[in-house]
Design a protein around this ligand. Structure first.
Ligand code: NAP
Length: 546
C-alpha cells in the first residue's frame, strides 16, 4: 500500500463536518449501507427523495408490480434474526409485501432516525482542500461529510416518451415508476398502456382484468416467459428457512446471483428432440429458468439463439388466438434473452380478450398526445387514463440528475462523456471518497446479492482506512483503465451487447443516449467478487490512500 502525504492544506477535522458519511437513497442499498457504517461508529445521514423507505419498491407501486427473482433469494441475507423473523407469502413477492418488508427492516435496525425523507439531493461537490464533500438538498440546505455513498439505484430515473402534447392530456396519467399511493381504478375506463418492458408486461396483465377497454401501445415487443408464481404456506416457508445457508451459497456461485444457473452444455450437444424436451422442462421452471438456466452458448452463438427464439415464438403463437396479433408480439429485431426477459402471468392471453387491443407503433407511430387521448399517424384514440410504462434513464441516469463534481470541479457527467470509466464500478478517479453501490460496471443480476457485496466492500475499505488514520481514497487512473478494459473484454461476443436496451445504455427518450455504450459489467458475479476481494486482500494498492 502506498500512503501519499498531502501537500495541500490540512483536511477538515471529521468532528467539524456535519457527518462522517452521507448516503443518497434509502432503498435496499442505502438502508444496508447506513446499518453497516453505523456499526463502524460513523455519524451517517441518508437523504431520500421519497417520503418512505424502499427505493424501487417505494416508487414502483403500479398494479402487478412484483419480484421476478424468488422472494427468498432477493431478501437481505446479512441478518440471521431477520431471516428467522420474516415470512414470504409468495414465491415472487408483490410490491406491497416488499415495501412492508423494507419498512420492517428499517424499524428492526432502527434506521429511520438517520434518514431525512423528502430530501432530493441536487448536487455533491468535492472540496479538495478540506477533503470533504458538500451535499446540497433541493430545499437549499447544505451538508458536509467525509464520505459520499450514492445508493441511487440503476433503474430509478423514469423517462417519458419524447412525444408532443404529454401535458395537454386532461384525463389521469401516471408513470409506473411514479405511481400514486391512492388506489387507481380502471373499472369501466378506457385505458392506454405505453411500453411493453418488464414493467408494462406486469401492469398490462393486471389492468386488463378490470379496464373497460385497454389499448396497448407497443414499440418493440419483448420475449416473455411464464413466472409460475404461487403462494408459500407456513410449512414451505419453514423448509425454505432451513435451506437459507445453501440457498445463499448457491446465489454466490451462480453467474448472475440467481438460483438458476447456466447449463454447461452447448445447444448443439443435444439432438433436436432432446433440446426441445429440455426447453419444455425449462418452460415450466418458475422465474428465470428459461433465461438464466439455458445452454451456455444461447447468448453467444447466433444459431443457438435463433433456435431458442423459435421455440419461444412457437409458445407465443400457441397462446395468442389471432395469428396477426401473435406475429406482432414476437420480436423480430433481437433474439431471446438478449434483452432483459419480462416474466409474465397470463400476459399473452390478455390479447385474446375482447376488451384489449394491441397497437404496434412500428406500424403506426405516435403523432401526439391530445387533450382527450392519443393520435397515431393513422388513428385518433380517446382515453380516460394513460399509463406510461416507458422505463428509465438507466444505470447513469440517476447519477446524471445530481450535479456531482470531483477534484477541480470536474463534473461526473462530463468525465463520462467519452464513455464510462470506473474502478470495479464503485469508484471513479478524480472523485475521492465517493462510492457507488451497484453503479455502472458492477455485476447486477439478482440485485440485492450484488448490493450486499458492494455495501460490505465499501464498509471494509472505510474500516481499513479508519483503522490506519486514513481519510482520503481515490482510484488510480491505471487501475480504472485496467478495470474498464476488463469490462469491455467481458462484453465481447455477447449478443446482448449488440442490441438496443437499457442494458446497453440506449434510451430514445433521453438526449445523447441513442448510442450503445458499455454501461454494465457483463462477466460473472463470482469473477467480479474475486477481483474486488483481491483488491482488499492486497491492501487496496489500486487506490491512492492518504
Ligand atoms: P424498459 O424495459 O426500458 O421498457 C420500456 C418500454 O417502454 C419499452 O417497451 C419501450 O419500447 C417503451 N417505450 C419507451 N419509450 C417509448 C416511446 N417514446 N414510445 C413508445 N414506447 C416507448 O423499462 P421497464 O419495463 O420499466 O423495465 C426496466 C427494467 O426494470 C427491467 O428490464 C427490469 O430489469 C426492471 N424491472 C424489474 C421488475 C421485477 O423485478 N419484477 C419489474 C419491472 C422492471 P422499446 O423497447 O421500443 O424501447
Amino acid at each position: 500500500m502506498t500512503i501519499a502525504r498531502t501537500a495541500v492544506a490540512e483536511p477538515e477535522r471529521s468532528e467539524a463536518l456535519d457527518f462522517d458519511a452521507i448516503v443518497i437513497g434509502a432503498g435496499i442499498s442505502g438502508l444496508y449501507q447506513l446499518h453497516l457504517l453505523r456499526q463502524l461508529g460513523m455519524r451517517v445521514r441518508v437523504f431520500e427523495t421519497g417520503t418512505g423507505v424502499g427505493g424501487t419498491w417505494y416508487w414502483n407501486r403500479y398494479p402487478g408490480a412484483r419480484f421476478d427473482s424468488e422472494s427468498y433469494s432477493y431478501g437481505y441475507s446479512f441478518s440471521q434474526e431477520l431471516l428467522e423473523e420474516w415470512d414470504w407469502t409468495e414465491h415472487f413477492s408483490p410490491q406491497p409485501e416488499t415495501e412492508r418488508y423494507l419498512n420492517y427492516v428499517a424499524d428492526k435496525f432502527d434506521l429511520r432516525r438517520d434518514i431525512r425523507f423528502s430530501s432530493r439531493v441536487t448536487a455533491a461537490v468535492y472540496d479538495a482542500a478540506a477533503h470533504c464533500w458538500e451535499v446540497t438538498i433541493e430545499d437549499g440546505s447544505r451538508h458536509t461529510c467525509r464520505y459520499l455513498v450514492t445508493a441511487v439505484g440503476p433503474l430509478s430515473a423514469p423517462t417519458w416518451p419524447r412525444v408532443q402534447g404529454i401535458d395537454d392530456f386532461r384525463g389521469e396519467a401516471y408513470h409506473t415508476a411514479r405511481w400514486p399511493k391512492h388506489p387507481v381504478s380502471f373499472e369501466g375506463k378506457r385505458v392506454a398502456v405505453i411500453g411493453t418492458g418488464a414493467t408494462g408486461v406486469q401492469a398490462i396483465s393486471e389492468i386488463a382484468k378490470t379496464a373497460g377497454h385497454l389499448t396497448v401501445f407497443q414499440r418493440r415487443p419483448n420475449w416473455c416467459t411464464p413466472l409460475h408464481n404461487r403462494p408459500i404456506d407456513r410449512e414451505e416457508m419453514e423448509r425454505i428457512r432451513a435451506g437459507y445457508p445453501e440457498l445463499f451459497q448457491r446465489c454466490r456461485e451462480t453467474s448472475a446471483c440467481f438460483l438458476h444457473t447456466i447449463d454447461p452444455r452447448s445447444t448443439f450437444d443435444l439432438s433436436e428432440e432432446e433440446r426441445e424436451a429440455f426447453w419444455e422442462k425449462l418452460w415450466l421452471v418458475p422465474g428465470f429458468g428459461m433465461w438464466q438456466g439455458n445452454f451456455r452458448d444461447m447468448l453467444t452463438d447466433r444459431e443457438a439463439n435463433r433456435l431458442v427464439s423459435e421455440f419461444v415464438a412457437k409458445k407465443i403463437r400457441a397462446r395468442v388466438k389471432d395469428p396477426q396479433v401473435a406475429e406482432k408480439l414476437i420480436p423480430k429485431d433481437h433474439g431471446f434473452g438478449t434483452r432483459r426477459v419480462p416474466q409474465e402471468t397470463n400476459y399473452y392471453e390478455v390479447y385474446n380478450q375482447p376488451n384489449v387491443e394491441l397497437v404496434s407503433l412500428l406500424e403506426e407511430p405516435f403523432e401526439r398526445i391530445t387533450p382527450t387521448g392519443i393520435r397515431t399517424v393513422r388513428r385518433e384514440f380517446e382515453f380516460d387514463l394513460i399509463v406510461y410504462a416507458t422505463g428509465f434513464d438507466a444505470i447513469t441516469g440517476s447519477l446524471d440528475r445530481i450535479d456531482i463534481r470531483g477534484v477541480g470541479g470536474q463534473k461526473l457527467k462530463d468525465k463520462w462523456k467519452g464513455g464510462i470509466t470506473t474502478f470495479v464500478g464503485v469508484m471513479v478517479d478524480g472523485f475521492p471518497n465517493m462510492f457507488m453501490v451497484v453503479g455502472p460496471h458492477t455485476a447486477l443480476g439478482n440485485i440485492p446479492r450484488s448490493i450486499e457485496y458492494n455495501v460490505e466492500w465499501i464498509r471494509d475499505l472505510l474500516s481499513y482506512m479508519e483503522q490506519r488514520g486514513l481519510s482520503r481514497a481515490d482510484a488510480r487512473p491505471e487501475a480504472v483503465d485496467e478495470w474498464t478494459r476488463f469490462v469491455a473484454k467481458k462484453g465481447e461476443g455477447l449478443l446482448t451487447n449488440e442490441v438496443d436496451s437499457w442494458m446497453t445504455g440506449v434510451n430514445q427518450n433521453v438526449e445523447g443516449k441513442q448510442v450503445r455504450i458499455l454501461a454494465r459489467y457483463s462477466g460473472s458475479a463470482p469473477e467480479y467478487r474475486d477481483w474486488c476481494d483481491r483488491v482488499a486482500a492486497g491492501g487496496y494498492r489500486e487506490l491512492v490512500l492518504e
